[in-house]
Design a protein around this ligand. Sequence first.
Ligand code: FAD
Ligand code: SF4
Length: 497
Amino acid sequence: MDLNSAAIRDADPATDCVWMAEASAESTALWTHKSRITLFLSAMRHHRELLRETGFTVHYTELTDAETTLAKLLVRDIKALSPKKLVCIEPGEWRITQMLETVSEETAVPLEIRIDDHFYCTRNDFAQHAEGRKQLRMEFFYRELRRRENVLMDGSGPAGGAWNFDKDNRRSFDKNGPGVPPAPPSFAPDAITREVIALVNKRFPDHPGQLEHFDWAVTREDALTALDDFIAHRLPLFGDYQDAMWTNEPFLYHSLLSPAMNLKLLNPREVVDAAETAWQQDPERYPINAVEGFIRQILGWREYVRGIYWHFMPEYLHRNTLQATHDLPDFYWTGDTDMVCLKDAIGQTLDYGYAHHIQRLMVTGLYALLYGVDPKQVHEWYLAVYVDAVEWVELPNTLGMSQFGDGGVMASKPYVATGKYIQRMSNYCADCRFNPAHATGEDACPFTTLYWDFLQRHQDRLKINQRMTMQLRNLDRKKPEELAAIRNQAKLLRQKE
Ligand code: FAD
Ligand code: SF4
């Protein structure tokens, strides 16, 4: 959603027109969060206005009560408008690419899919990187891109003397908590967004989430303000507290820029440039651990997961290495649980359509992994509830990084821990009726019970992974009766939910 998009950069408003459509099936195929629907529709409608102001004819279908798909709307309009050719940029989902190709074939209108230059790395670049490698790892990919793009480089080596400052980025808050972290900017809904909010509340009243707090950036102008605000106020401590969590503090020092980048309101290059420039101009205020940590998320992880998605789709979607088959517990849709960490992470997800990375990975994701939820169900939940969710980025993060469903493509080992990890990184456990040190008994923390149960269930598979040696050694130290009690407690826990 950028006037500089490769889809329209060479278009002539006198002869070319833009086609956009709101198809109800895109909101109902999954039980999508109201904020996600609102954000997508509002950003589309704002973009429509901008295109019209620029002189383009925009054929735009607004959402109606009738249930319909994008394919049906496109075929209908191809018949009415008889275009000579369809031009678009690479979609964010394999399914949509298939749909466009099918429609083009069936209507005999040629389709040109152009490279999306809202990414540093093309699909071809990634395929070349992957070629001949037995194992893919983000760190090597990231270093290649740093060199190629000359980002945070000092001659031929990394700025600051290291490629990665992660060891400095694991601080938690002391008992006084984060104080009052600088609040991210709020973009009050304008007339277009208010109209969409009313529509979503009327059309999807029983969908998860609520719209009371909706204040996401829906235009490029808003998104640029959000970027400036993050660089000025929250980037300096981004690195230190990247992994920290605190009750009722949904945003802390995070950027909240993923929806704007995924909707193409911001180009990741301008986000990375802004962080690097801040560091160059004032390295005391912007320490290298903060700037490198932030840039790695975008230049590294974001580009890498996109590469993984297109490299392994469509079979990636069906991977389930750990053969997990349980249903997602109902409380994921309500937050109605005694587990304070999950209540907080799910509660803010329902309120804002947002949780930060460690909440997604080490609270909601960790619980589903330890519980043994079918990764496809976990994937569908993440795709439905976050405002930044688009399949190319959500699927490898969920099915791969968080659920180990891809058997180690995204992560070299499963991200598993007991409740003690959550205790170390947050204040959640202080107010919880469970005890993260206990695996059995009345006050056993379900994360801790399920962690030891997980290691037992997957011991054979995991023992060939050297990175799991320490964890499995600790399992071996447990007495058989303790292990049996843990298995029993895990079974009861699953029966309850
Ligand atoms: P910040 O913490 O400020 O990070 C800066 C930017 O780095 C983000 O805006 C994002 O663009 C990028 N980034 C950080 N981590 C990742 C990552 N692992 N993969 C890709 N980009 C990353 N991100 C999405 O954009 N959409 C999703 O649907 C999504 N689903 C996820 C599901 C799971 C299970 C997990 C573990 C992570 C998921 N992520 C997803 C990645 C990450 O959690 C979010 O990008 C981040 O929390 C967005 O908040 P922020 O903008 O405040 O990020
Ligand atoms: Fe979560 Fe366990 Fe801590 Fe409770 S004790 S907040 S369930 S980790």
